[in-house]
Design a protein around this ligand. Structure first.
Ligand SMILES: C[S@@+](CC[C@H](N)C(=O)[O-])C[C@H]1O[C@@H](n2cnc3c(N)ncnc32)[C@H](O)[C@@H]1O
Ligand code: SF4
Length: 372
């Protein structure tokens, strides 16, 4: 599926999607990675080395250590809900409870969903997370050990238990190529018990690549992280399923090209300085002038102030609107005004690390070579 097809598919099915997915697609969810701790060891686990089995907390891409930082990040992204993920959040259930309750208290109508696995769904844990609106259960044993009735029975028991505390309880699984029959059986077994089944296109990462390759899986193309055959398995299950359960297929490209982009746009709009431009991809553009000498910087500051141009000084740099910078350089060249600075357009992520993705040179100030 390409981006256009995904958009058509999402628009057609939007009303049927679980609320957590609706918000996720629109980039409205704060992704709260509450711990990297997990006892499951799935061979396809995509977690990066920085997160896997590390007891760390991230709010979106930001490493945090307090509830206040999570709230701040939610505000910066105008989040309307939270997806609590990991690792297994229920292995740090008291921390999960603290963050969940704080976010629910801070924001009105804040939708919360959480990912976990069947073993940790207990009455004691559910009591602590009953403020959740949605739970998504990943039956890891079925995909790591094999499809066995006892694993399906355990899953069904846990869905029934969770439904006593949480309004919506669904099952979320990776689409393992070739497991069409098992996934179809699973869908029939949970029909009438679970509220939905989400099937994720299988993705590789630096961490799981070797494991996936050993099992004969390989990338479907050289532009995405998706595994060949995973989409076919998911779509095959949906085509052959004749029950009433809602099955949603989540392609890898939906996460990268639509959901991530929408989340970035929300953050970018909130943090953009008055002189910065938000791109359609949710990145920020700014013009940068870099000076060797303070008097050259002061001269330009005077010109910008005279022309009421918004700008900011950062050490030997001036930041300003990229289009104004281009116009200014054109004018200076036309007027043969000496250009005593280097100028670039910088494109960067509106994330906490402000990762620069591109720097387009507009003018490079020639350096003089001096022999001593
Ligand atoms: C990345 S996990 C995060 C939450 C938690 N660790 C878990 O596995 O449930 C979210 C969902 O992605 C699915 N998943 C796990 N590994 C995946 C992979 N390599 N590619 C695609 N989906 C995957 C699982 O079905 C899980 O429900
Ligand atoms: S349950 Fe999730 S975090 Fe844990 S090993 Fe499996 S994929 Fe990784």
């Amino acid at each position: 599926m390409d981006v256009k097809k995904i958009e058509e598919y999402i628009n057609k099915n939007f009303d049927k999607l679980p609320e957590g997915c609706k918000q996720c697609v629109r980039g409205e969810k704060l992704v709260l990675f509450i711990t990297g701790t997990c006892k499951n060891n799935c061979y396809y686990c995509p977690l990066s080395e920085k997160r896997k089995d590390k007891d760390v907390i991230y709010a979106n891409e930001r490493l945090i250590s307090s509830v206040e930082e999570a709230i701040e990040e939610a505000k910066l992204c105008s989040s309307r809900g939270v997806g609590i993920t990991g690792g297994n959040p229920l292995l740090r259930v008291d921390r999960t409870k603290k963050y969940l309750e704080a976010l629910k208290k801070e924001f009105k109508d804040f939708h919360a969903h959480l990912y976990t696995t069947p073993e940790t769904i207990t009455t004691e844990n559910l009591e602590k997370i009953k403020e959740l609106d949605e739970l998504r259960i990943h039956p890891t044993k079925i995909f790591n050990i094999g499809y066995k009735e006892e694993f399906v029975d355990e899953l069904i028991k846990k869905i029934r238990l969770a439904k006593k505390y949480i309004p919506k309880v669904g099952v979320e699984i990776p689409s393992i190529p070739g497991m069409d029959e098992e996934i179809l059986n699973l869908a029939y077994e949970i029909d009438g018990v679970a509220d939905f089944l989400n099937i994720n296109e299988l993705e590789f990462s630096d961490e799981n690549y070797e494991n996936l390759e050993k099992r004969g899986f390989y990338p479907k193309d050289d532009v995405s992280n998706a595994i060949a055959g995973s989409e076919e398995t998911a779509l095959n299950v949906i085509k052959n399923f004749k029950g009433s359960l809602f099955i949603h297929y989540c392609p890898s490209i939906l996460k990268d090209a639509i959901q991530m982009k929408n989340r970035l746009i929300r953050r970018a709009k909130n943090i953009a300085k008055p002189y910065e431009v938000v791109t359609d991809e949710g990145l920020l553009l700014r013009g940068i002038m870099i000076f060797d000498r303070e008097e050259d910087l002061n001269e330009i500051v005077e010109i910008l102030e005279d022309n009421e141009v918004e700008f900011e000084i950062d050490g030997n740099k001036i930041y300003l609107n990229p289009f104004i910078l281009e116009d200014l350089l054109d004018l200076m060249k036309r007027e043969r005004f000496p250009i005593k600075f280097s100028a670039y357009i910088s494109e960067y992520y509106p994330t906490v690390d402000k990762l620069e993705v591109e720097r387009i040179p507009l003018h490079i100030k020639k350096r003089k070579l001096r022999f001593k």
